[in-house]
Design a protein around this ligand. Structure first.
Ligand code: HEM
Length: 375
């Protein structure tokens, strides 16, 4: 039996492969920002707690400085989380609307609640960042922000897994039509959510290596950021690898065998493993060498981007193969490409990217201001 609503009679205005490519690229960028937020926040909380509670310790000021350096960037990271979340949301709705709209309505209260959670999280991030500048113990404000961000991540994971389970929709809807119930137990949900939470640590580690290359910090802060960032990246990569194994193991047999039989997803899986190994080696190298160079920063950025692209492509495979096994693609999607609009979109997209690159280059050439806590 096919539980999915009928295909929309309005055709897609561009080829599916184009929507897919844009979806994967923009979602990888969203995930990078999410990981920077989740991981960076927890690292800043820990450094603030540790630094403020051991003031007599000679390394306390270093920790407080490193905490403030990360925390003051988090509200900016949040703007990227939100703005880079919108494009994949639009592409996902275009490609999977029949499944995604249904699951969003079924958990409607939680789904709409994200907006309010987001506002509370954003406000707390500003309070936390301002507090770290003074060197005071404000870790609890950061912790509250982290708990809210983790809850938002949980709601996203819940929706992205519920959209793959049409067999439970009817039961959920007949229990309540108000969107107040969460779905019945799903073995894939917990590992999937944990994959995102643990990913934050190694991404934050590489981010610290990136920051160590900035001129605005004193040499001891740079060394501290590079060495600890490297250690964090290498160690937590291993933890995330364990969770990734659990994610794959939790998938139904049919999905696992299709994943290893499909060339694209097999390649994406292999690429994910290769880049993850490179992250581990690079982190271990940074922990020993404590690099404070722009080159090491760019290598970190490149590794994060490549690893995330491979991961998102593989994740896309899990979704498509699960949906295929339940008959989602049995009725073909209608496509009538509107080429002038597609070309205009691509021209504006490239121009927008160019403008962004120019803005970043202006920012990087700006006069360096020394970053230190005032407390
Ligand atoms: C603190 C804020 C946020 C956090 C922590 C967060 C976290 C996450 C996580 C963990 C996932 C993966 C879920 C999974 O597959 O298991 C996800 C997916 C997603 N997020 Fe965010 N998110 C945030 C804000 C946003 C916002 C504001 C938007 C859009 C306006 C957004 C759009 C998306 C989309 C579209 C997906 C899934 C796309 C797909 O699977 O095709 N996110 N997010």
């Amino acid at each position: 039996m096919n539980y999915f609503p009928a295909v929309d009679p309005i055709p897609l205005p561009a080829p599916v492969w184009l929507f897919k490519a844009l979806h994967i690229v923009t979602l990888a960028l969203h995930f990078i920002s999410v990981e920077l937020l989740l991981g960076g926040l927890l690292v800043a909380i820990w450094l603030n707690f540790y630094g403020a509670s051991r003031r007599g310790d000679p390394a306390a000021l270093l920790r407080l400085n490193a905490s403030a350096a990360i925390a003051r960037r988090l509200p900016i990271v949040m703007t990227y989380v939100i703005n880079l979340g919108v494009p994949p949301l639009l592409f996902a709705q275009v490609l999977y609307g029949r499944a995604l709209y249904t699951s969003s309505v079924l958990i409607g209260v939680y789904w709409l609640g994200v907006v309010f959670l987001l506002m509370a999280c954003y406000w707390l991030l500003y309070r936390f960042a301002a507090g770290t500048e003074t060197g005071k113990a404000v870790w609890w404000k950061g912790l509250l922000a982290y708990l809210i961000a983790g809850a938002i991540a949980r709601i996203y994971s819940t929706n992205m897994t519920l959209m793959l389970r049409p067999e439970v929709w009817q039961q959920m809807y007949s229990t309540s039509a108000y969107g107040i119930h969460l779905p019945p137990h799903d073995p894939t949900l917990l590992p999937r959510w944990l994959l995102m939470l643990t990913g934050g640590f190694w991404v934050a580690g590489l981010w610290m290596i990136w920051m160590a290359g900035r001129k605005s910090f004193d040499a001891p802060v740079k060394t501290y950021l590079a060495a600890n960032g490297g250690r964090l990246a290498a160690m937590m990569l291993l933890v995330q690898a364990g969770i990734a194994f659990l994610v794959v193991k939790a998938q139904p047999e049919v999905v696992r065998s299709e994943l290893s039989g499909n060339t694209l997803y097999k390649f994406a899986g292999l690429a994910w493993i290769v880049f993850a190994v490179l992250v581990f080696l690079f982190g271990a190298w940074a922990a020993i060498k404590k690099p404070a160079s722009r080159a090491a920063g760019w290598a970190s950025a490149g590794l994060v981007l490549l690893t995330m692209l491979a991961m998102v492509t593989y994740r896309d495979g899990i979704r498509d193969l699960t949906l295929a096994s339940k008959g989602f693609f049995d009725e073909p999607t209608r496509v009538v490409t509107n080429w002038p609009v597609v070309i205009l979109f691509l021209v504006l997209f490239v121009a927008g990217m160019g403008a962004l690159a120019w803005l970043i280059s202006v920012m990087m050439r700006a006069k360096t201001v020394s970053e230190k806590v005032t407390g």
